[in-house]
Design a protein around this ligand. Structure first.
Ligand code: ADP
Ligand code: BMX
Length: 280
């Protein structure tokens, strides 16, 4: 039967009724970033009320680190989750169903592996969104790691630890901040449309983000050498972005060049993946 699937991101909350990889119905709200876990759960329960009686399990994909049902921020700028929030238990009490809790990008990786661009093969999934998250499927298994960190590509610091995590230099939040710094008060979507309209300042920001995303993909290829890297998230799915990343990678020799695919499930990768994990 259907699963209530919840995807709590830094920018938006997406709730859906999902069955066998299909979204039967969905509803979304902007994330109230200052509200905190109780209120985020209440918002999800409010959206889910319309499906009462139609599901017997709940899957929740969240931005942040998940370990043993406990939820914490790695980057409080993406979403300021208090350390070790017992979100699985809170959600079970509120929704009165068994709850499976996982990181959003890990869940989306599993969704794309099962039903999307992963085509049942090993893969890395990258979400370029409010932050930058990732998930690794290898040997048919989703890696979560010792304490839920596996795949957190946006949290890597490379050889510039003093500059902070990579995502602070290429995520949707970075794009908006870079725009503000040159006098344009807009979000990533606004920067992309300005770039399409030929505005130089916006073009420069988008191409910088794409170049950095390309370097990240090349590094991930070196680490895991997956048959494909699947790109999703609000920025990752923005028209033209994947082509820019591909162009930046094109000078690489074929053996080193990642095979990039757009997330076939689009913005539904997380809810479809977490529904699959909740059913497993
Ligand atoms: P979340 O991070 O909550 O999971 P998204 O995957 O939608 O949500 O990512 C949100 C980020 O993506 C924001 O920075 C937003 O400005 C950006 N974004 C959303 N849609 C677009 C678009 N069409 N073009 C460029 N950026 C977008
Ligand atoms: C951050 C981190 C990841 C998450 C990624 C994408 C936090 C709160 N989040 O790297 O766990 O997967 O952002 O999150 O530390 P999104 O909200 O952009 O989808």
């Amino acid at each position: 039967g259907p699963v209530l699937a919840i995807d709590q991101g830094g920018t938006k909350l997406l709730c859906a009724l999902v069955e066998e990889g299909h979204v039967l119905d969905q509803a979304t709200l902007p994330t109230d970033r200052d509200a905190g876990p109780e209120a985020w759960l209440e918002a999800a329960a409010g959206l889910a009320a319309r499906w009462e009686g139609r599901y017997d399990r709940v899957g929740i994909a969240v931005t942040g680190r998940v370990s043993d049902g406990l939820w914490s921020a790695l980057n409080p700028g993406t979403l300021a989750i208090p350390a070790d929030t017992p979100y699985a238990a809170m959600a079970e009490a509120r929704l009165r169903r068994p709850v499976t809790l996982a990181n959003d990008a890990q869940a989306a990786a599993w969704g794309e592996h099962l039903h999307g661009a992963g085509a049942g093969q090993d893969m890395i999934y990258l979400t370029i969104s409010t932050g930058i998250g990732g998930g690794i499927v290898t040997g048919g298994r989703l890696l979560s790691g010792r304490g839920g960190l596996a795949g957190h590509a946006g949290q890597m610091r490379g050889l510039s630890p003093e500059k902070g995590p990579l995502e602070d230099r290429m995520s949707g939040r970075w794009i908006a901040r870079a725009a503000r710094e040159v006098g344009h008060d807009t979000d990533a979507r606004g920067v992309f449309s300005a770039a399409r309209a030929g505005e130089g300042w916006a073009e420069e920001i988008v191409s910088t983000a794409a170049a950095r995303a390309a370097a990240l993909c090349a590094d991930l290829q070196m680490l895991i050498d997956p048959p494909r890297i699947v790109i999703g998230g609000g920025v990752g799915l923005a028209p033209g972005f994947l082509d820019r990343i591909r162009a930046a990678l094109s000078p690489l020799p074929a053996a080193l060049r990642p095979e990039l695919r757009t997330a076939e499930l689009g913005g539904a990768a997380g809810i479809i993946g977490i529904a699959g994990l909740a059913r497993a």
